[in-house]
Design a binder for this molecule. Sequence first.
Ligand code: AN7
Length: 354
Amino acid sequence: MKPSLLQRYREFLPITDQTPMITMGEGGTPLVKAERIGRDIGASDVYFKMEGCNPTGSFKDRGMVMAIAKALEAGSRFIACASTGNTSASAAAYGAHCGLTTLVLVPKGNIAAGKMAQAIAYGAHVLTVNGNFDRALQLVRELCERYPINLVNSVNPFRLEGQKTAAFEVVDDLGEAPDFLCIPVGNAGNITAYWRGFREYREAGRSSRLPKMMGFQAEGAAPIVAGHPIADPKTIASAIRIGNPASWKGAVAARDESGGRIDAVTDEEILEAYKMLARTEGVFCEPASAASVAGLRKLAREGMDFRGKRVVCVITGSGLKDPDLAQQIADVPLQEVSPNLESIEEAVSTLLRR
Ligand code: AN7
């Protein structure tokens, strides 16, 4: 069996002899080389860090395993979070695995079907809040101050500790830090965690340099780009529909210390990247994840020079999280056929003639 995430990076994590070394197989996700995008933008290599391959289909499992291990160590029996969907799916899974009571608050009507299904299936108590994510987070923070409930949002410091391991893996796989790290930004925890991971690894002598951190928000939910909170964030990428990110300062530090950028991409650009990733790279991700690639393409289009550069795009979550979207935007109609060969030949005659 491969070593668990907590075991593998134990020396870099806040683990004591009392920390239960739980695992559901998180981390160790593949770094897949892009076939098309690298060529399109003239980079030497573009890689996808496939975080949808985690047990609940998103990068959140890295932070959750650490947060839950520390919650167990502290004797907590009750965990809670607010979420645009992936954090709640992950909390619900690890909560179930460890026999904890899990409460999740999600913004009503703005959570992808797959994520909702996960929270329900794992047996979490799900509250749909008639408000956005920022409000839900505020409320769950207040709740956890009043009651002995362990908050597992990324304001819990153990979450980012776990999430920084993704940067370690990128360096371990490439043998060095990449030139650029492209990543979607919502609550801004992940960009903060990656930057910490890259810095710690360099300090430990595992790499000799640091990447430029390139974060991308959705245009209708781009508070860091605008420089002020957005009261009513809007984007098709519901995972990053966040108007007042908890780790705002961490994201700005990652950008400024690395000489990177935080930019916005439109929903149109996100959907274009989402389709292109699936059709030309075989990578089916959720729309929020496609923001990293949409951003990379935008910068290349604007003339940023990626020649000879190594770029890693973080594919934060699986496309299966949001099956409705894939079907809504499909421009290939489903075709019904009679159950006989003639009918099939007729339906695909143009393909067969080629
Ligand atoms: C697929 O689950 O905020 O900037 O509550 O699900 O660290 O917030 C999810 C965020 C990117 C943004 N990609 O990461 C939640 C939640 C996907 C995500 C982000 C999220 P952060």
